[in-house]
Design a protein around this ligand. Structure first.
Ligand SMILES: [Ca+2]
Length: 212
């Protein structure tokens, strides 16, 4: 936040991923400009920036600042299951906190290649899901994930949101629309029969007591 002369009056870092980010500015800070600085060597991509003020004749009606809710990886080390296991690639490797994509380093899962192979994590509660990140295998076979489907399911097992992986990447990032409440996340392999290899799944969301 800068004043009319360009002096910085307040600043704060963004320390998590996913968004939206709610930064609360301390009382008494008056500003004329808001500036967002990129991380060195990183592109700056923002969907929207909103600034709220409670005072001043030149601004509209005061808008409440949303309560700050930190986004955390709600999939980390939660109970994980998968349709089948081969080569020692157990389901828990996909949410062990390690994104290493080399199968030899014991952090990538491995199913068989039957029909409808899947991996799934039970989030152990209801969460407003905001985003999902999936890291693929890197030592080979990354393309096995292309054509797979990511799903958010509610407590009853109903699919509330899904998206498809359509091209080969090291990291797949999904923004989940507001209002999607889920209790588990599932990755379905290509239904025609493909091995499922995932280095890591991270799920970002906010627990809401009212949702339980
Ligand atoms: Ca892992």
């Amino acid at each position: 936040m800068l004043d009319k002369t360009g002096d910085v009056k307040w600043s704060a870092p963004i320390t998590s991923v996913g968004g939206p980010f709610h930064l609360e500015v301390p009382k008494g800070i008056a500003g004329s400009f808001v500036r967002v600085l990129n991380k060195p060597n990183q592109y700056l991509n923002m969907a929207e920036l909103e600034v709220f003020s409670g005072g001043g004749a030149s601004v509209g009606a005061p808008s409440p600042v949303a309560q700050v809710k930190p986004l955390v990886n709600i999939a980390l080390r939660k109970p994980a299951t998968q349709s089948s296991t081969g080569w020692g690639g157990v389901a828990s490797r996909v949410n062990d906190g390690n994104t290493d994509g080399n199968m030899q380093n014991s952090s990538v899962n491995h199913t068989m290649n039957g029909l409808n192979e899947f991996w799934m994590v039970d989030l152990q509660g209801n969460f407003a899901i905001e985003g999902i990140k999936i890291w693929g295998r890197t030592d080979c076979c990354g393309s096995r994930l292309v054509g797979s489907t990511v799903q958010v399911l509610d407590k009853a097992g109903q699919v509330k949101w899904s998206a498809k992986i359509t091209s080969l990447n090291r990291l797949y990032e999904f923004a989940v629309p507001k209002g999607i409440v889920g209790a588990s996340v599932r990755v379905l392999s290509r239904p025609s029969g493909e091995y499922l290899n995932i280095a890591e799944v991270q799920v970002f969301g906010v627990a809401d007591e009212a949702l339980k």
